[in-house]
Design a protein. Sequence first.
Length: 171
Amino acid sequence: RPQVAFAGRSNVGKSSVINRLLNRKNFARVGATPGKTTQVNYFLIDGRIYFTDLPGYGYAKVSKEERDRWGRLMENYFQEQGLITLGVLIVDARHKPTADDVTMCTWFKESGCPLIVVANKLDKLKKNEIEPNLQRIWDTLELPDTAALIPFSAEKGIGKTELLSAIEQLC
Ligand code: GDP
């Protein structure tokens, strides 16, 4: 079955994005303790496709042990060849992607899977900030022409149709 891997830094709204796509409130745990590396969570959707929720990263107040644990988890995950059908990297529409975002993006690119970047929390931007912010995300992540960048708001539901059809198309 196709597997869609969702990644993003802690608190970027990854759980909210997944819940919005699935029309569920509590599928993925919103507001889960930031920086707590739990595990890779697999959600089987309609018996047809897996949504993989990778543990969030980049939370400042995290012990070295927890950080290392996360690193090993990711290493193991990305080492499995052909596991990922499609990567979905969620970033904050307001900010320049962090160094951790860039690292995660590189892992997706190196895995050879198609990549969708979701710029979440779009509702927090003023209209004139949208274009430059999206461009900054595109440039900082050095996205290949084949990648898609989708403006999104898990809170308002903006971008849901676009993201679902992009996932549909690439799986
Ligand atoms: P995760 O740690 O990446 O899974 O993030 P969560 O889904 O738990 O969300 C973190 C916080 O951001 C919560 O308070 C959410 O309500 C909030 N949030 C998530 N998506 C959006 C969005 O699109 N717009 C706004 N304004 N807030 C959001």
